[in-house]
Design a protein around this ligand. Structure first.
Ligand code: NAD
Length: 303
């Protein structure tokens, strides 16, 4: 996190989405390796700007009982011209920063131009980095909500925002949902004209934070259609047959000017983030530059 500031992360993630949209960066689909009954591994590759990356990251839901984190992993960054490994990074801070950054990029592209207040629903690890990136992008003040009152209060205090109820959080101009995706936190009745929703918590099969009715009522955007339609916020609505490919626009297409963004001031826009390896590449590339410029120190490992 010392290597890449919030504003650099936001601009690099925006650039990564653009480069992928233009076909200049490559990203094969994520590979899942089940490890039943414990959890799974995910291999996420990407290539661009002379670099190649593999994020090898886990989800082991029972780990807290063993005193271990649910998510752990390593990012390996290599030279794409020689194949030589250049840098190993802890996947957790890279993931947190790129996830928060894409929320700011989506809000800048899709929210109303005068949107400012931010509701954070789920103030855990990724909710906190989302809030920090939204604040860095000029949004706020905001309302942080979490059943763990201490988490919401700590985040609100850090940013000079306030902790509040669910009703207060969903009344904000931009609402970011970053819960584990085990229960619905946005229903159709929560939608108001002009609202922008960043749906970040549902990043895998079986998770959702918005009801199918709410999703179907929004102007829909996602990071990448294949991932979003199989393991994201859109999945339930796609499986129910109420949302089809032609109703969903990828954020990169909006950023590149290849597709329209918000359809009007009255629309509710919903961005489904599932998390892309190109976002990780954007952050890892910036970290490599910071290390080469002597801005951060790293340990040298001889292979
Ligand atoms: N889109 C992406 O790129 C991306 C990246 C990383 C993680 N994620 C996902 O984000 C989600 C959150 O991850 P995390 O690491 O921040 O988890 P976390 O456990 O640190 O935080 C989740 C928070 O949500 C709160 N919460 C639970 N139910 C809630 C509810 N009904 N209303 C409000 N708050 C509620 C919890 O108390 C907790 O503080 C997970 O599903 C994770 O897989 C998505």
């Amino acid at each position: 996190m010392q290597a890449v500031s919030l504003n650099v992360a936001i601009s690099r993630v925006r650039e990564g989405l653009l480069r992928f949209q233009k076909g200049e960066w490559a990203m094969p689909p994520k590979v899942y390796l089940e490890s039943p009954p414990f959890g799974d591994f995910r291999a996420m590759p990407a290539r661009g700007d002379g670099l190649a990356l593999l994020k090898w990251v886990t989800s082991f839901p029972g780990n807290p009982e063993r005193g271990l984190p649910v998510v752990t992993g390593i990012v390996c960054l290599s030279d794409a011209t020689t194949g030589q490994p250049l840098m190993l990074l802890d996947a957790r801070p890279v993931t947190a920063l790129r996830t928060g950054a894409v929320a700011a990029v989506a809000a800048q592209a899709l929210a109303l131009p005068d949107a400012c207040s931010v509701g954070i629903i789920g103030s855990g690890l990724h909710g906190s980095w989302t809030a920090r990136c939204m604040a860095a992008a000029g949004y706020g003040p905001g309302v942080c909500e979490d059943p763990r009152a201490e988490a919401a209060e700590a985040l609100a205090a850090e940013l000079g925002w306030r902790a509040g109820s669910h009703e207060e959080a969903i009344r904000c101009d931009v609402v970011c949902c970053v819960t584990p995706g085990a229960e619905i936190v946005i229903d159709a009745g929560d939608l108001r004209p002009g609202l922008h929703l960043n749906m970040l918590g549902a990043d895998g099969p079986g998770k959702s934070e918005a009801s199918v009715g709410a999703v179907a009522s929004c102007a829909l955007f996602c990071d990448e259609w294949t991932q979003a339609s199989h393991g994201g916020e859109l999945t339930g609505a796609v499986e129910a047959g109420v949302v089809t490919r032609d109703q969903v626009t990828e954020l990169g297409a909006v950023l590149a000017g290849d597709a329209p963004g918000r359809p009007g001031t009255e629309a509710v826009t919903l961005f489904d983030s599932t998390g892309l390896a190109i976002q990780d590449l954007a952050i890892a590339g910036a970290a490599l530059e910071a290390w080469r410029a002597g801005q951060v120190r790293g340990q040298t490992v001889r292979l």
